[in-house]
Design a protein around this ligand. Structure first.
Ligand code: ZN
Length: 295
């Protein structure tokens, strides 16, 4: 079977692949808390040094780009969020949390959520199932120890979701995942067609700073979008979510968006959002809990 080409698969085979992890019922609620018009869920993946480390890249120069995220980017995020009174979710690889335990404490002290983002930003698709499971369990224990709270959600590093990720998520008793892209609104994940009770808070590369602003010195990746243009795309995403009465979810990285010229664009986006009536700001955990009760 394994050496069969996709066009040789029988219907059971291609349906099986599609059904392994799929979107179930929509969890879009009839209304948001307090009659809010839109829900806004901001997230920051505090990867820092794990971006080079995950590839075995240990050069001080590359690591310093990640260090910037913790030393400069994360404090800027905290100040910006405090100014607007906005709670957010910080997805943190366990190694990043171990490198920056004070940062984890700062997130918690400011009322933000700390959630799972792998051990060292490993790519789940490259791991044996037992390896992926062991790293996830160790990461959950590490975040619990450093943050004081057992994490309730996961974002797989690079949104790399293997055939075994959902089973591990369920074993850990997590309430939500935020790595998949089947909708703009929250939905329940199905495993082989069966409801799992796991809420998906969907992401999209469109609502992520990395594709617009990342540069790889040795590769072909170059920023081609000015920060304010990226923010204009996110503003349109928010405006449409507002028009539809839905969810606006955004994924940012302190080591990417935390630079000065980009902070200007992010601040303008928050000003735009905050000028609207009926905005409900929530963590991903808050969104997951609410939609599960009210969908
Ligand atoms: Zn990441």
């Amino acid at each position: 079977m394994t050496d069969q080409q996709p066009w040789q698969w029988d219907e059971r085979t291609w349906r099986g692949h599609v059904d392994r992890v799929r979107a179930g019922r929509s969890l879009r609620p009839a209304s948001w808390p307090g009659g809010a018009r839109v829900a806004v869920a901001l997230s920051f993946d505090s990867d820092h040094e794990t971006i080079p480390l995950k590839d075995g890249e240990t050069r001080p120069g590359r690591l310093s780009q990640g260090e910037y995220g913790s030393r400069v980017g994360a404090p800027r995020m905290l100040r910006l969020l405090e100014r607007y009174g906005v709670p957010a979710s910080f997805f943190m690889p366990a190694v990043s949390a171990l490198l920056h335990p004070g940062e984890v404490r700062d997130y918690v002290a400011a009322g933000h959520e700390v959630a799972m983002h792998g051990w060292i930003h490993e790519r789940n698709m490259r791991l044996a199932p037992a390896e992926e499971r062991e790293l996830a369990l160790r990461a959950a224990d590490t975040l619990e120890r450093l943050s004081g709270t057992r994490p309730v959600g996961i974002r797989t590093p690079s949104w790399d979701f293997s055939d075994h990720t959902l089973a591990i998520t369920r074993e850990l008793g997590l309430r939500y995942d935020s790595s998949l892209m089947a909708d703009d609104e929250p939905y329940e994940l199905l495993a082989d067609g069966e409801p799992t009770g796991v809420v998906e808070i969907p992401v999209e590369w469109i609502r992520d700073d990395a594709p617009y602003l990342t540069m790889d010195r040795d590769g072909a990746s170059r920023p081609y979008t000015p920060p304010r243009q990226a923010a204009a795309i996110w503003r349109d995403e928010f405006d449409e979510a507002y028009r539809e009465g839905g969810l606006f979810q955004l994924t940012l990285h302190p080591h990417i968006i935390g630079h000065r010229s980009r902070m200007a664009a992010l601040r303008e986006l928050l000003q735009h959002i905050d000028a609207h009536e009926g905005v409900w700001y929530a963590t991903h955990a808050g969104i997951a809990a609410y939609v599960w009760e009210h969908a």
